[in-house]
Ligand binder design. Sequence first.
Ligand code: NDP
Length: 292
Amino acid sequence: MGARIIDGKAFAGQLRGRVAAAVKRLQAEHGVTPGLAVVLVGEDPASQVYVRNKGIQTREAGMNSWEHKLPAATSEADLLALITRLNADPAVHGILVQLPLPTHVNAEAVLNAIDPAKDVDGFHILNVGLLGTGQKSMVPCTPLGCLMMLREQLGELSGLNAVVVGRSNIVGKPMAQLLLNESCTVTIAHSRTRDLAGVCRRADILVAAVGRPRMIPGNWIKPGATVIDVGINRIEEGGRNRLVGDVDFDSAVQVAGAITPVPGGVGPMTIACLLANTLTACCRAGGLPEPE
Ligand code: NDP
């Protein structure tokens, strides 16, 4: 018996379609076009690919898209000045600063300079606090995409045992918070966790956000569990480059009830959720009803 494969690519396509339809309605009924500004500092190749894809998909959804590409040597003051300009621009509803930033820039200071209402990545401390207290906030895109897939698979999540492996501010912690808000019993595991295998085996929902190729084998997974693999790891195998997750897919698929593949699982949902967040920010800015 094999697990159901959760098709993140198809699910993300549907979400993007709903966002594009809502953008059309906003334009027709209110004359407003949501706009997303993405800021990239430096020339990290992976970041360049992400930013390009974000721009393409933003435009495809009918939104305005601006890309601000700054040299790696850009000072923190210049970056903050750009954020101030974008905060003040009424055509810009969402601002995303691509991470990682060069080490001479204080990333926290930059993220916290973004107007929380335009913080479509949900990393501003105000949004983190709102999420932590169960209030309406901007929710980080990757965990939001994971939650949407979990809800679609499982319906009601209340009472389920959820284990999140990884405690980063961008994935692990907000994921755990979202699952707690859904009334799951949540365990956050990390590099100091004792008996990680035993912890994982108790999970009805297992979210892996570690960054270690195939670290979680099938025999760590509870039979029938829903497995969400956030990891994106580039490895060389059989003389070619491959993308693999944090879960050993081939053994996990034998045990799990449902599982996201890598690629084609969580990854496509992240940008789709960024578009959804930009639409939400635009509606909130205009005092308009928010999309479902
Ligand atoms: P970080 O490196 O910030 O965090 C990794 C976490 O994994 C840390 O909390 C760390 O623990 C924990 N960890 C490391 N080694 C172990 C171990 N041996 N056992 C248990 N826990 C361990 O990574 P991110 O959260 O930013 O990203 C995680 C993965 O998700 C990466 O592969 C990244 O590429 C991917 N990613 C995918 C996205 C997508 O759109 N699909 C978006 C963002 C990230 P500790 O805190 O103790 O050090």
